[in-house]
Design a protein around this ligand. Structure first.
Ligand SMILES: Cc1ncc(COP(=O)(O)O)c(C=O)c1O
Length: 437
């Protein structure tokens, strides 16, 4: 094909693989529809929307004058606070040298993928950005098959058959717990078996724990690092449990070993060549977020409970429609499947999850994400729903939700009196499924 007459030529990796992240794309589409005065129930965007905690706001204000470049690995004081927090969370003795701060955990996941020469193994489904990041790095990816009938459970047998087919000796497995998109968490028994499996086969694991402080019952999240410390890289940040996605602060913890130190050296090079240092004032403010301040700890727990109530409500409603849907155990997502209505849906031109998401947006004003964006087979009629945005579309509404919960935390009263959009979204799912009978 002849090249257009321009000095700009996109690289083949960009031409072949680069499409905007579907989560950001749906959010922009919904914002446009809202701007046009249309009604849309936004279940497409997983953003925690609570106010910035006053003590963290204060810390940012107090550090607004901090203008210098900081260490590429991150502010030492913050790494110290994060190391203490992770020592408690992981049940390990984490040193500040094992911790790196980055501009969001997304950038750190990319840096780890860049630093490690190994194909990437992913559960099905898994978060939207892992695979595109691997594509940008020309890194081969392998999906572990799972099925809607089996609740999309990650099985070691399926992982075994995938690893057996990979020629490369080095391998990276990426797991997410609590999970986006399914809300599932791995339990201790599974994590112990997974640790043995990976240790025997020398598989490095990236453990994405960005939702680690949002389990639906307290103190329940367990990290793989507890059982496989020598092979697990833990990623997290402030975006979800403190509603600070826009502040772009992520944390990575590497193993305490020669390999871990080598990886850290590589991550520091990536940091120095791409972002130099995460934003200074944000890092100073983040010290309090990791410092165990009792008010901040209580606030995280309050937000966790509200996410739990709203997510469990939505799950109960979806399950009551008859859709196959595993009960979430953390975060703010559910992943229902509508395969049992394949025939009536086909009669309406719905054959794939993309068709289904489009149909629900145009016919029921329900904005969702197709399961295929998460690597599910396109013809699985699965959707990812986020409970985090409804009834919290503006800062004032988010504050009102928090105030209402503080006034009366009874889950039924809270949903009934203060979450009208969440209830209406549920009603629309019932109406949609009712129309398929
Ligand atoms: C599973 C998962 N990992 C990572 C991220 C990115 O988080 P951060 O804001 O720290 O880059 C998200 C955000 O949606 C996510 O859902």
């Amino acid at each position: 094909m002849s090249q257009p007459n321009t000095p700009f030529h996109l690289s083949s990796v960009v031409r072949e693989h680069l499409v905007p992240s579907p989560t950001l794309a749906i959010n922009e589409q919904v914002q446009r529809m809202w701007a046009d005065g249309e009604t849309v129930y936004h279940l497409g965007f997983g953003e925690s929307r609570f106010p910035v905690h006053p003590k963290i706001q204060e810390a940012l204000r107090a550090n607004v004058h901090q203008k210098s470049y900081l260490a590429g690995q991150g502010l030492f004081e913050l790494r110290e606070a994060a190391a203490r927090a992770y020592s408690r969370r992981l049940g390990l003795d984490i040193a500040p040298d094992q911790v790196i701060i980055g501009p969001g955990s997304k950038s750190l996941i990319f840096a780890v993928q860049l630093a490690l020469d190994a194909p990437l193994i992913l559960p099905t489904p898994s978060w939207v950005s892992y695979e595109p990041q691997a594509h940008l790095l020309s890194k081969p990816t392998h999906r572990i098959p799972s099925s809607p009938a089996g609740g999309y459970v990650l099985s070691l047998d399926a992982l075994e058959s995938v690893t057996a087919q990979i020629e490369s000796e080095n391998k990276i497995l990426l797991i997410t717990s609590p999970d986006n998109p399914t809300g599932k968490m791995y339990d201790e028994d599974f994590l112990r078996r997974l640790a043995d499996f990976c240790r025997q086969r020398q598989i490095v694991v990236i453990s994405d724990e960005i939702y680690g402080l949002l389990p639906h019952t307290p103190n329940q999240h367990i990290s793989l690092a507890r059982f496989y410390p020598e092979g697990t890289i833990v990623l997290s940040g402030l975006s979800k449990h403190l509603s600070l996605g826009g502040w772009r602060l992520g944390v990575g913890v590497v193993p305490d070993s020669a390999e871990g130190r080598q990886l850290m050296a590589a991550l520091k090079v990536v940091a120095s060549e791409i972002w130099s240092t995460p934003t200074g004032p944000i890092q100073y403010a983040a010290v309090i977020a990791y410092g165990g301040d009792p008010d901040v700890v209580a606030y995280i727990d309050e937000c966790r409970r509200i996410h739990m109530i709203r997510t469990q409500y939505l799950w109960r409603e979806l399950a009551a429609t008859g859709a196959a849907c595993t009960q979430p155990q953390g975060a703010f997502y559910i992943f229902p499947n509508f395969d049992r209505w394949r025939e009536p849906l086909a009669a309406r031109g719905v054959h794939t999850s993309v068709d289904l998401a489009h149909y629900l947006l145009t016919e029921y004003q329900l904005a969702t994400l197709p399961g295929s964006a998460f690597g599910a087979p396109p013809r699985d009629l699965s959707l990812r729903l986020a409970s985090s945005y409804l009834d919290m579309e503006t800062d004032d509404k988010a504050q009102a939700i928090l105030d209402a919960y503080r006034a009366n935390p009874d889950p039924d009263v809270f949903i009934r009196d203060h979450n009208p959009a969440t209830q209406e979204a549920a009603r629309r799912f019932h109406a949609f499924v009712g129309s398929l009978a």
